[in-house]
Design a protein around this ligand. Structure first.
Ligand code: GLC
Length: 467
């Protein structure tokens, strides 16, 4: 078995190899270095994948590549993007981009979903960008960069798109299926936790960015952010949260209520509670449900959204404690042979057939549908290293480390226990490599986790007592 330092050195070598340059400057990292499979779009710089590389770079004081990436994507965001001549909103960021040589010049080509498999739209990209901008500021202290006009304008273009009025009387974003890391049909349409938590993180990040550049316009945006953040926080903490008390409440809900003072606002039926859920939250545990809508609570556990909720203090202290307890108690279910499932449980049988459209790549316990994703190692480390659950980060790294090296850093693992390299997994997957580097760096420097987190009070906004 290699020791940690050898592993880290090997990982860094690969991460460096993955760097994409433009005009001699590093601007991102490709999604995978795998030469054995058709590239599809894995030779591109994905915004969400680069985020993980960026965390690894920032934790190691490598600011230049992150700064360049933020500028390049800010430029890409402002171009017109269309499919069948129909244009998307300005603040949309691409899912991915690459550089091509044209007439002796290197140019960027981006995909906003108009080329993606299934034409999925990357609702998460702009939100990752905002969060990354905030991390860049915190780690580098480079205020000059964030107050420049291009950056300030990009933040506001994103806010214009994400804060626009919509049909519903709720503060969450209504998004289609496949709009984030799970970029295929998986029954995530509606108000998926992963995107909503990211929305919260993006709002808090933009508030910090706009606040350091005082202007009347910025104050107006900050007012809007505070308004939305407070409602969003209340909504997610109240309606998505599941613990023993909340499950009992749902179990005993009246249904078919009409009027302003109903308790079962979403008309949930107790019979929709899956049989595994009561045991998950039977003691001092809890988690945020995957989705909420009319007559629908998606009880699936979404790892990214839940861990991000802890990191951003969307989860209050009690919720954080219960969530970390759940992570510990369900470790064998979620992370047994490889940390960690993106989503639990898998859709099986007729559910799989109907909800995924019989997608063979997302067959039960594979890929997004119950597969295990080691890139999430960084997030496990970020939320545990400075707590009394630090042993979970160590356990995750011990489980993953040697296996990742001997299997060539796969994109994902399959099987109920995550023991098989994913059926169609790319090797030398860059966010797997970066996720490991970031987690290992955090283990060695637990104090750095504070730089990735947010204070518990959302800037300036009081949590409303009523929605
Ligand atoms: C897959 C993943 C997506 C990721 C992309 C590049 O499509 O589902 O989340 O961004 O690969 O790694």
């Amino acid at each position: 078995m290699k020791d940690n330092q050898d592993m880290l050195t090997a990982a860094w070598r690969l991460l460096e190899k993955a760097v994409v340059s433009h005009g001699g400057n590093p601007v991102g990292t490709v999604a995978a270095l795998d030469a054995g499979q058709t590239a599809l779009n894995y030779d591109q710089v994905f915004v969400r994948d680069f985020f993980v590389s960026a965390v690894a770079f920032l934790l190691n004081d490598r600011f230049e590549i992150v700064r360049n990436f933020l500028l390049v994507t800010a430029d890409l965001q402002s171009i017109d993007k269309s499919m069948d001549c129909f244009k998307a909103g300005r603040g949309l960021m691409p899912a991915s981009f690459k550089t091509i040589e044209k007439q002796g010049e290197s140019r960027f080509v981006a995909d906003f979903g108009e080329q993606a498999i299934g034409r999925v739209t990357p609702v998460d990209s702009s939100l990752w960008w905002l969060l990354l901008l905030r991390f860049y500021l915190v780690f580098s202290g480079d205020r000059e960069f964030v107050v420049q006009e291009k950056i300030q304008k990009t933040v506001k273009a994103i806010l214009d798109l994400y804060l626009v009025g919509h049909f519903e009387l709720i503060p969450t974003l209504l998004v289609p299926d496949g709009a984030f890391m799970i970029d295929r049909r998986m029954g995530m349409y509606g108000h998926p936790l992963d995107v909503e938590v990211l929305f919260y993180a993006g709002l808090r990040a933009s508030r910090e960015i706009l606040a350091i550049h005082a202007s009347e316009e910025n104050s107006r945006y900050i007012g809007e952010i505070d308004h939305r953040t407070g409602h969003l926080l209340y909504h997610l903490r109240t309606y998505y949260w599941l613990d023993k008390g909340r499950l009992d409440t749902i179990f005993n809900y009246e249904t078919e209520e009409f009027g302003a003072d109903t308790t079962n606002k979403y008309n949930l039926y107790a019979t929709s509670i899956p049989d595994w859920a009561p045991a998950w939250v039977g003691g001092n545990e809890g988690y945020f449900a995957g989705n909420i809508g009319p007559g629908r609570m998606d009880f699936r556990f979404m790892t990214l959204g839940n861990l991000l909720a802890v990191m951003t203090s969307l989860a209050d202290d009690d919720q954080t404690e219960k969530l970390l307890n759940l992570l510990e108690n369900q470790w064998d279910t979620l992370a047994a042979k490889m940390p960690i499932k993106a989503c639990f449980p898998a859709l099986e049988g007729r559910d799989w057939h109907i909800i995924t459209g019989a997608d063979p790549k997302n067959s039960p316990w594979s890929y997004h549908n119950g597969g295990s994703w080691p890139f999430l190692l960084w997030l496990i480390a970020a939320v545990t290293v400075s707590t009394d659950k630090q042993f979970l980060a160590k356990r995750a790294l011990d489980t993953a480390a040697t296996k990742l090296l001997t299997t060539d850093w796969p994109e994902y693992f399959d099987g109920r226990d995550g023991s098989q390299v994913g059926k169609e997994a790319r090797r030398l997957q860059v966010w797997t490599i970066a996720g490991y580097i970031a987690a290992q760096t955090l283990m060695e420097n637990p104090e750095k986790a504070a730089l990735l987190s947010f204070d518990s009070e959302p800037g300036g906004a009081a949590c409303p007592l009523k929605v």
